[in-house]
Design a binder for this molecule. Structure first.
Ligand code: 4AD
Ligand code: MG
Length: 473
């Protein structure tokens, strides 16, 4: 190790800009490759995650540790570099760094390092999720995911929505589907039992919270409390579903952003959802050029055209009844037969977005029997003011609705869904005291990242996926 001077630090991304030519700077990062030329130089490709591209570092053989250290430093090593940013004679990059000092901070044995230069499958990379962010694909996914989150906050902040933090541990089941992870400190081998119950029901009064609790499936109900005071709010955080779906679009832990708007109906809700998605796609197109070029070249040729097209065109709006009609008349053979009243399956959603319309479709007014208790009942009493936004490739990306603001109707719908209204007394209070028409939706962050990047499997757009039988790392 030699001692470098202490020069101004630049990220790799900055060091690649022509405006810095002539500056003497310090860079840190990890070596992607090293190549030794006969002319007495070594070339390091240095990456620090700030951009898709790596900067080329030219290390002359007169550096004091050239033979002892640098000729042994290859893929995976962490290094510090000091030198001058110079114009690059090579094509495809504006600058390179002529090193005056290079130190190896952390060595890396190439024989045992699991990430080799050769392309590795996404399946294999899932088994080394702690190292996969060092690959081009996962670096790009992380940066695009970050851009989407920034865009989500900007969209709502620019429109005066208040960011509300809803709890992760709750005693209620927002979707009423019972797909919840229990939260308990009871001894599972010897839980306290309710006295006098034959089947030995667990006595949750003795549990940490004095009642049965679970991880939230959605922040919506808490969000409604704040929307019926602050008008426009959003919540954005992790949500949990104990559904045993081993598909490329389901996670047991995923992130959801949920706006909730008072004095808003289903039409208003659809307008916000459409503007919101376009805003996100536009930001990614404008701010993630290199990463998106990578996805278009390596993952899915169509992503750039698809996003550009969506940003510049209107979403289709179609009632559930019309959608079922289209599917019935399609002449298409579906695995799940279509009839009015069924929940649309992925194959139906994809047929509508990919074959019929070739763009996002908002399906609304679903049958009451297949949707959650809180959705406003239509006058026909058969359908509710629900909406799902469907996109090509992914299917449902947004689920939302106008909420039932009438106390009696809401109580009836709760009972119909097998929920006990008494346990939701605080939620019903919102209808007792100054009730208002209101609406909202939930956007799945991972499905958005999937759609934008073209990544086929949802496990590859979240750092550490939680799925049935899998919670390593
Ligand atoms: O349609 P969902 O279940 O709607 C709600 O939870 C409402 N409470 C939202 C609201 O109105 N505030 O879920 C919303 C979105 C889905 O459209 C999907 O994008 C995503 O969340 N999602 C999942 N993403 C990954 N894995 C899963 N298991 C998901 N379940 C839902
Ligand atoms: Mg849904």
């Amino acid at each position: 190790m030699t001692t470098c001077a202490n020069l101004e630090k630049l990220s790799v991304k900055e060091a690649m800009k022509a405006e810095h030519i002539g500056k003497k700077v310090k860079l840190n990062g990890w070596v992607r490759t090293r190549r030794d030329s006969k002319a007495g130089f070594s070339f390091f490709e240095l990456n620090d995650g700030s951009s898709m591209k790596s900067v080329q570092v030219l290390a002359p053989n007169d550096l004091s540790n050239y033979e002892s250290e640098l000729l042994h430093a290859g893929i995976g090593c962490s290094i510090e570099v000091e030198g001058e940013i110079v114009e690059s004679p090579g094509k495809g990059q504006a600058t390179e760094v002529k090193a005056t000092c290079v130190n190896v901070l952390g060595g890396c044995d190439p024989a045992s390092y699991p990430l080799q230069k050769k392309g590795t499958s996404f399946e294999f990379l899932r088994t080394i999720a702690h190292l996969r962010p060092r690959t081009n694909s996962f670096g790009a996914v992380a940066r695009v995911r970050n851009e989407i989150c920034k865009s989500i906050h900007n969209f709502f902040q620019e429109r005066g929505f208040i960011y509300v933090h809803t709890p992760i541990i709750t005693g209620s089941d927002c979707e009423g589907a019972g797909q919840m992870f229990k939260v308990t400190t009871l001894d599972l081998n010897k839980p306290p039992l309710k006295e006098g119950t034959k089947s030995g029901e667990i006595n949750f009064e003795e549990d940490f919270f004095g009642k049965a609790t679970n991880l939230t499936v959605s922040g919506q109900l808490s969000g409604e409390c704040y929307a019926t005071a602050l008008t426009n709010i959003y919540t954005f955080g992790p949500t949990f579903r104990a559904e045993n779906s081993n598909t490329s679009r389901h996670l047991a832990e995923f992130w959801m952003v949920e706006p909730e708007m008072s004095f808003c109906n289903l039409e208003g809700n659809m307008e916000v959802a459409e503007a919101f998605l376009k805003h996100i796609f536009r930001d990614v197109l404008n701010n993630c050029e290199d990463d998106m070029k990578f996805f278009a070249e390596r993952i899915d040729k169509t992503v750039l055209d698809t996003l550009t097209h969506i940003v510049n065109s209107d979403f289709v709006r179609l009632s559930y009844t019309e959608a079922v009609d289209k599917l019935l008349k399609s002449g298409q053979k579906f695995e799940f037969p279509v009839e009015w009243g069924i929940d649309l399956q992925s194959e139906h959603e994809r047929y509508l977005t990919e074959q019929v319309f070739k763009k996002p479709v908002i399906v609304y007014d679903y049958p009451r029997g297949i949707k959650a208790f809180y959705m406003k009942l239509n006058e026909d009493e058969k359908t509710v003011r629900a909406m799902d936004v469907l996109v090509p490739g992914v299917g449902e990306i947004i689920g939302g609705s106008q909420r039932e603001e009438r106390l009696e109707v809401l109580e009836t719908r709760m009972k119909e869904s097998g929920l006990n209204p008494e346990e939701y007394w605080w939620y019903l209070d919102l209808r007792r005291y100054g009730t208002v028409p209101h609406a909202g939706f939930g956007l799945g962050l991972e499905r958005t990242v999937q759609f934008v990047t073209g990544m086929a499997n949802i496990r590859d757009v979240i750092p550490f996926p939680r799925t049935p039988k899998s919670a390593e790392f």
